[in-house]
Ligand binder design. Structure first.
Ligand SMILES: Cc1ncc(COP(=O)(O)O)c(C=O)c1O
Length: 485
């Protein structure tokens, strides 16, 4: 049975016909060879002789790819529901983006890449102000970075710097001992502090962010990690409406553990300065938690004088139907930091004024972002607004969710636990072998999709994914499940 909320949502969003947003898209996938095909295999051999290329699935023809369709080196045309690991907001070769660098000023910003922390272009403050006023989740400041991992990594530094400044007292100078001890990694200058994270979280692979990543051993093995607390993230049962009591118990148990870990790490002498959390744990299996969970988590952080960092690297940019997923949670105040990357094209974070270091050079690197990417982001935001793409996401997402729930009913021995917001959706297979088989079979039918966690299929289409694309995906998914049956 579809839930009442889904039906109402559908009625509210009867807004789009079947006409495609990006002109010139193919009407359906076309598979001509095995994937990877002979050309991709040959290129893989070439690349493999230069580097470890074991993660490469296929080579792509970026000239021919268009809209929601990726064209590979062997001319296979795939409907892309995974979009470069969830990072293409407008699909391939969107006409508005193709025009961006015809503008000579924009082109000069692209080729004269500045060291933004030292020699920003004379339009940089205006451009940042534009981004803040268009899409900031009610936070007044922005720091730009290169990628998701380094955004989290540098955001941790802002948290530690602010935590220590508060402890030391505003405007109190660093002591001589602090200055000399920090350069040899010793307290008091290099204090013992921690960031709390959650089991199954993914926050990146650089050294600091990796200490808060807990999704797969292959990301972490052989790499030293900080002794930082790791709390349990809720694991809900589906459908949510039928498991409310149990899921609420999950929230309570996990929040109690968060409180215990604050105490435990205070006693250990490694106090918790901040908490990092994804609004929906993505790489770790599309695990959701309720708005109430996040509201309570924020309260606990505040009570313990710790800061809340919401990692919107994967969930941000409109794919949940709101620009930021945490906007679904109705938090008392905005989080202290919200990190972004992927669909935003550039890494970085929005933050409170309190998080801004008082001294220069404390959070810094050569490029600190890329004006060329910010120029692309400006056009992405314009297109999202003009073409009402968040409404499109809600409409398509509702259709997709209804379709997945129907498949669950029909193939209950194979798939279950449909979940998510907007088009940021997932469904579980009964085990990881079956999940992998589903992904392989979908690809053979011209659907590029992705997995997450141990047994989930995740959907991460572009914001231009429409009802007719959803129907193709659902139809192929059904064929795959039938073949298994
Ligand atoms: C939630 C989240 N945080 C951080 C990252 C790391 O981003 P990047 O791969 O750009 O370093 C990812 C990447 O998948 C992510 O999903």
């Amino acid at each position: 049975m579809w839930s009442r909320a889904l039906r109402n949502n559908l009625k509210l969003n009867q807004i789009r016909g079947a006409s495609t947003i990006v002109k010139g898209e193919p009407e359906a996938p076309v598979v001509k060879t095995d994937i990877p095909g002979p050309k991709s295999k040959q290129l893989l051999q070439e690349l493999g002789s230069l580097q470890q290329a074991g993660t490469v699935q296929m080579f792509v023809n970026y000239d021919k790819s268009i809209g929601n369709y990726l064209v590979d080196a062997d001319d296979n045309i795939l409907l892309d529901t995974y979009t470069q690991i969830s990072s293409l907001p407008l699909g391939y070769n969107h006409p508005e983006l193709l025009k961006v660098f015809n503008d000579q000023h924009n082109m000069k910003c692209l080729i004269n890449r500045p060291a933004l922390g030292v020699f920003p272009g004379d339009d940089w403050p205006k451009r940042l102000n534009g981004i803040l006023s268009e899409i900031s989740p009610k936070l007044p400041n922005i720091t730009t970075m290169m990628c998701g991992s380094c955004s989290n990594e540098n955001a941790f530094k802002n948290i530690f710097i602010t935590y220590q400044r508060k402890k030391r007292g505003e405007n109190v100078e660093f002591t001589a001992e602090e200055k000399s001890s920090c350069v040899v990694n010793q307290p008091p200058g290099a204090p013992k502090l921690s960031i709390m994270s959650f089991k199954n979280a993914f926050h990146g692979r650089t050294l600091g962010s990796l200490s808060t990543t807990h999704s797969k051993y292959i990301h972490k093995i052989d790499i030293p990690s900080f002794d930082w607390p790791i709390a349990t993230f809720p694991q809900y049962k589906y459908p949510l409406e039928e498991n409310q009591r149990e899921n609420e118990e999950q929230d309570k148990k996990c929040l109690a553990e968060v409180e215990e870990l604050f105490e435990k790490y205070e006693k250990k002498g490694i106090p918790v300065a901040g908490i990092i959390v994804e609004p929906i744990q993505s790489e770790g299996g599309d695990n959701e938690a309720s708005p109430q969970f996040f509201q309570q988590l924020q309260k606990i952080a505040k009570k313990n004088n710790a800061y809340l960092l919401i990692d919107e690297v994967q969930t941000g940019g409109g794919c949940t139907g709101k620009f930021w997923c945490h906007e679904h949670f109705n938090l008392e105040t905005p989080p202290d930091i919200v990190t972004f990357s992927k669909k935003m094209q550039m890494g970085g974070y929005f933050h409170t004024a309190e998080m801004t270091p008082k001294q220069p050079s404390r959070v810094f690197n050569t490029w600190m972002g890329d004006p060329g990417k910010l120029i692309i982001l400006e056009t992405v935001i314009k297109v999202i607004k003009e073409q009402k793409l968040l409404e499109n996401v809600l409409h398509t997402g509702t259709m997709l969710k209804i379709g997945l729930l129907e498949l669950e009913k029909e193939f209950c021995y194979y798939v279950n636990s449909t979940r998510g917001r907007g088009t940021f959706l997932a469904i579980n297979a009964t085990d990881s072998n079956l999940r992998d088989e589903i992904l392989t079979k979908l690809k053979a039918k011209g659907i590029q999709s992705g997995g997450c966690g141990t047994k989930s299929v995740r959907l991460r289409p572009a914001l231009i994914f429409q009802e007719h694309h959803a129907n193709i995906f659902l139809d192929k998914f059904r064929q795959v499940l039938k073949e298994i049956k």
